[in-house]
Design a protein around this ligand. Structure first.
Ligand SMILES: CCCC/C=C\CC(=O)SCCNC(=O)CCNC(=O)[C@H](O)C(C)(C)COP(=O)(O)OP(=O)(O)OC[C@H]1O[C@@H](n2cnc3c(N)ncnc32)[C@H](O)[C@@H]1OP(=O)(O)O
Length: 290
């Protein structure tokens, strides 16, 4: 991925555009930058694979590339669905990149948070069928990505966990993370899980309805393709209008309060007490390793 003078990422040399052949037939194409690979074969189902070691943290650059990739697929008539997964063993995504929220300027926090919002608005509001093939742990922002898809299939490894653990970091999940969570698991489970900042091992996540099914890891992509085929068997317009009906209120709420939400985030994350909590959390991660 190249960055243009405007600071907006552009897809550079060596990345073939997703597009249509002159006769309107879909072409096989691969786009994507350095942080995710993206393939759109003749089937019309794209596969997006996160590849940002060590843990697929959602940095500003990652989020921007993610949004651009989604926009490209969304605008491509040949693409009707996308399967989202990770190339890294054991990690789907470690959530928002904590270093983006530590020791930076107000301007940076503003830009970062706008990118988080943009990614969610595009993914949750996508007209495509979106299937998350969760092949590893998926805390916080990683869980948001999975929850924003239409269907979640997780590898049945109890060492992999998923959930909104923000409270454990001393931070609070914003209302639209919460709304997305409630829409997936219901109010009571979301309330308890959010307050405790729970990370649910895969079998528990399945029991709670946070993921729709568990499969052996080696069967994950095969099953995701089968689920995708099932969802794509319906007429697009009926499915899309139904999806909009189910998700519009939650999307509209963020759109209506977007600037206020950014201000809240910037004020919150700039507090010295919050900065201290985030620093301590990062130190804990490093200590745990050694
Ligand atoms: C108002 C604010 C609202 C904010 C809303 C959402 C917030 C978020 O999304 S905050 C992010 C929450 N994420 C987490 O709590 C996950 C933390 N990470 C982990 O639990 C583990 O790293 C994980 C299970 C994902 C992987 O474990 P390991 O395979 O054992 O890897 P390491 O723990 O050794 O990590 C490797 C390397 O990555 C750094 N790391 C991990 N997660 C993040 C992150 N989210 N952001 C930035 N950096 C991260 C970790 O510190 C290690 O770094 P080094 O020590 O320098 O190698």
């Amino acid at each position: 991925m190249l960055l243009s003078g405007s600071g907006k990422p552009q897809f550079g040399e060596g990345n073939r555009e997703v597009g249509e052949a002159p006769l309107g037939r879909p072409v096989w194409a691969a786009v994507g930058g350095s942080l995710m690979s993206l393939c759109l074969p003749f089937t019309g189902v794209a596969t997006m694979k996160f590849k940002s070691p060590p843990v697929n943290s959602l940095s500003l650059e990652f989020l921007t590339e993610f949004s651009i990739s989604l926009e490209k697929l969304e605008n491509n008539r040949a693409c009707r669905g996308v399967i989202i997964t990770s190339t890294l063993p054991k990690i789907f995504s470690s959530g928002l990149d904590i270093t983006e929220m530590c020791g930076k300027s107000m301007e940076h926090y503003t830009e970062f948070w706008r990118a988080v919002q943009e990614m969610w608005l595009r993914l949750y509001g996508s007209n495509m069928v979106t299937v998350a093939a969760v092949n590893g742990s998926s805390p916080a922002g990683g869980c948001l990505v999975a929850m924003s898809c239409d269907y979640r299939i997780m590898a049945e490894n109890p060492k992999f966990s998923i959930g909104l653990n923000e409270a454990q970091l001393g931070i609070v999940a914003p209302f639209w993370f919460k709304d997305t969570f409630v829409n997936v698991v219901g109010h009571r489970i979301a309330e308890r899980s959010l307050q405790l900042g729970s990370l649910h091992p895969a079998p528990e996540a399945h029991k709670l309805g946070l993921v729709d099914e568990l499969v052996p890891e080696e069967k994950l992509m095969e099953r995701a393709a089968a689920v995708m085929a099932q969802w794509l068997a319906l007429p697009d317009h009926a499915r899309q209008l139904t999806k909009t009906m189910m998700r519009k209120a939650v999307l509209d709420r963020l759109v209506a309060h977007r600037e206020e939400d950014i201000k809240n985030f910037v004020t919150f994350v700039s507090k010295e007490s919050i900065q201290k909590s985030l620093r301590m959390y990062m130190e804990m991660l490093k200590k745990r390793k050694s």
